[in-house]
Design a protein. Structure first.
Length: 363
């Protein structure tokens, strides 16, 4: 599901002295061209914001050529929107159905030929499902419309019997791929595919490739809680801060970054509180209820595809099993704030990530 509306990013990119917004499995290629600064113009951060994939997308570049940057941003956001049109599970009036919508419509009946991009994302999703023991499962979309976190007027827990019925439709093993024919099939009627927990990271990486292909080596691409940072701001590193899961104005950790991606999953993005308990949008496929092991997870990885793919799984698994999953991926690490407000981190972050304060403890 590519429409996490109004999600508040938990990664904050630091530009200069102030705080601003926060494809593959290989690092992106080197810059293909080198932009030259106009005479007498000093490089600076140029940024533009857009809306896509149900969230705010911000593109930034450290450059002296604002026009070239904006032109590259236009191409990058067009690529993001192209991928959204392939992978969204929300119908859009006047547009042909996406690959995912066609897969869902044919559930239990026939295989559907899809684009190379959609097939790659679904295939990697199933790999993450296997590695995580089903904690990450793109067939979670069978729960769509049952839990409501965007309606302030309707705060209620769905009927347990309906949760149980829908949960029986969740099983990543019932997604059948044919690589030669490039088709995807859902084995049973009523099943649904949703790529909202992984496709934004894929799109961020593709946008980063567009930026590089247009001659930029120092830039950021952020889509909600998914972020890729390339290069530097002149001689200075970009910095990122991880927000407090109970206080959006505070940062609990920060570190310099270069040529790396970050993705965050938190129980504060879409939620409601009822009878003294927080219910949020990250659903545990094994229970059909919101996961309870974590408050926030931030993943640091070589690309956004990996980071976005495993943040929800780590969140659901909890710190110990989640960090073990994270360790399966090279040059990848995570910070976890668990359900009891304790901060955990991968050993690889020691000496790199600076904890600035304890998270505030609140419901």
């Amino acid at each position: 599901m590519l429409r996490r509306r109004h999600a508040r990013p938990a990664i904050t990119a630091v530009l200069g002295a102030g705080l601003a917004w926060g494809w593959g499995l290989r690092p992106e290629p080197v810059v293909h061209a080198q932009l030259l600064a106009p005479p007498g113009v000093s490089p600076r951060v140029v940024a533009r914001s857009y809306t896509a994939m149900g969230t705010d997308v911000t593109l930034s570049a450290f450059t002296a050529d604002e026009g070239a940057a904006v032109d590259a941003f236009t191409k990058a956001i067009a690529e993001i929107r192209r991928l959204e049109a392939l992978m969204t599970d929300w119908p859009h009036e006047g547009q042909p159905p996406s690959d995912v919508l066609r897969i869902n419509a044919a559930a239990g009946h026939e295989a559907v030929a899809v684009s190379e991009e959609t097939f790659e994302v679904v295939a990697f999703s199933l790999d993450i499902s296997k590695r995580s023991g089903g904690a990450f499962d793109v067939t979670y979309a069978a729960m769509r419309g049952l839990w409501k976190f965007d309606d302030d007027l309707e705060k209620k827990v769905p009927p347990p019997a309906e949760i149980a019925r829908r949960r029986k439709l969740i099983n990543w093993r019932d997604v059948i791929l044919d690589k030669a024919a490039r088709t995807v099939k859902l084995r049973r009627e009523g099943m649904r595919l949703g790529l909202g927990g992984i496709a934004k990271g894929y799109a961020v990486d593709r946008a980063a490739r567009v930026m590089r292909d247009n001659g930029f080596g120092d830039f950021m691409v952020q889509a909600g809680g998914d972020l890729y940072v390339a290069g530097q701001k002149g001689t200075a590193n970009w910095m990122v801060g991880v927000r407090d899961p109970r206080d959006s104005k505070e940062v609990i950790a920060k570190m310099p970054i270069k040529d790396h991606a970050f993705s965050t999953a938190g129980d504060y993005e879409r939620f409601f509180i009822l009878d003294g308990k927080r219910y949020h949008h990250i659903i545990d496929p094994k229970t059909g209820f919101p996961a309870t092991a974590s408050r926030e997870v931030t993943v640091f990885a070589p690309n956004a595809f990996v980071a976005d793919a495993i943040d929800d799984a780590i969140f659901i698994l909890g710190p110990e099993k989640g960090l073990a999953l994270c360790a399966q991926f090279p040059d990848t690490a995570a910070l976890v704030v668990d359900a009891h407000n304790k901060v955990w981190m991968s050993p690889a972050l020691q000496g790199k990530l600076t904890l600035t304060r304890e998270p505030r403890d609140a419901l």
